[in-house]
Design a protein around this ligand. Structure first.
Ligand code: ZN
Length: 331
């Protein structure tokens, strides 16, 4: 058992390298090997691309694999490191969190060397990979229970210069939506750890339901556009074909834009993503299944806004988010 996380190859080697990030073993799980691809073409931008942070978001790992295939024929300069799956234990279980310790990898950064397996993964990524990059793309999806627009997102960042650079990088994906999105539980997010070190971090989000060819094509084009904007790859940006082709906006959402279920039940959506809604418009209906004497509950728009994401007909517990709305970003 090795005591420190490390790579099985030298990142400074020129050209293509393939190997593993070794996450040391502990009481709960043995050594874990995360496949890592690196393409080092010397001077230039240093980019880290990660997928599989959450194990039920499969678009990211697929797009990361595609990237590994075409990058050797396209990358002009700089260094790109790709880790398609950050949390293989969650991925194999098709679970957001690691089944072994129940932890969400994206809430334990920068991790702990002596913690449980999820902490140790975060620790290995923070210590071995993050220092090698100036920009990070973490490829997420909304997961199977949501419908939402393909989006490049960031959280609000206190440093205005880093905020502006991050929004520009997110917009360079040229996805239908660029989104500034606050969370009330940002502690332990990969983003925060990277941003605290002054790095540009863009998180891409895709919905929903099943992994589809159209979404994958849009996602891949978005990542390619961002690589062009960074100067790593030559070419012209491509506006991914999308059913809402005319939509290209930067929106912001607030914590008060999270519309929550007032009770447990089945959520029935009554609007679609990108619908413009006015105050009081019906977003969806929550049907209680515990008691048929309980009235179904209307969930309505709090103010004029755009529907950003909506739960796709799932059973929800009380106080769970069933829809997000948003409005144009004003800087
Ligand atoms: Zn995620």
């Amino acid at each position: 058992m090795s005591d420190a996380p490390h790579l099985t190859f030298d990142l400074d080697m020129p050209g293509v390298s393939r190997g593993h990030l070794v996450v040391p073993g502990g009481a709960d799980h043995g050594e874990l090997l995360l496949p890592v691809f690196s393409l080092n073409k010397g001077e230039g931008p240093r980019l880290l691309v990660t997928g599989g942070n959450h194990g039920d978001e499969l678009e990211g790992p697929i797009v990361a694999r595609r990237l590994i295939e075409w990058l050797p024929g396209a990358q002009m300069c700089g260094r790109v490191i790709v880790v398609p799956v950050l949390n293989p234990l969650a991925l194999e279980a098709w679970s957001r969190n690691t089944p072994l310790d129940g932890l969400n990898l994206n809430r334990v950064f920068p991790g702990r060397a002596n913690g449980s397996i999820t902490h140790r993964i975060a620790d290995a990524v923070s210590r071995v990979l993050l220092p090698m990059a100036d920009t990070v793309f973490d490829l997420h999806s909304f997961g199977p229970k949501w419908d939402c627009l393909p989006a490049a997102t960031t959280h609000p960042i206190a440093d205005p210069d880093l905020m502006a650079r991050t929004v520009r990088m997110a917009e360079a994906f040229k996805l239908p939506l660029t989104l500034v999105w606050p969370h009330n539980d940002t502690a332990g997010m990969f983003d925060i750890t990277a941003q605290n070190q002054g790095k540009v971090f863009v998180c891409s989000e895709f919905g929903g339901g099943t992994v589809g060819a159209d979404n994958l094509a849009i996602y891949e084009a978005g990542v390619r556009n961002a690589l062009i904007a960074l100067g790593l790859v030559e070419g012209k940006a491509d506006y991914p074909i999308f059913r809402h082709q005319s939509f290209a906006q930067t929106l912001e959402t607030r914590l008060s834009d999270e519309l929550k279920s007032p009770a447990p039940g089945i959520f029935e959506p009554r609007c679609s993503v990108l619908d413009e809604v006015k105050q009081g418009d019906l977003i969806g209906i929550l049907h209680s299944m515990n008691s048929l004497s309980a009235e179904s509950i209307d969930i309505r728009a709090p103010e004029t806004s755009i529907v950003l994401a909506i739960a796709s007909g799932a059973h929800v517990d009380a106080n769970k988010v069933v829809a997000y709305v948003a409005r144009p970003l004003k800087i």
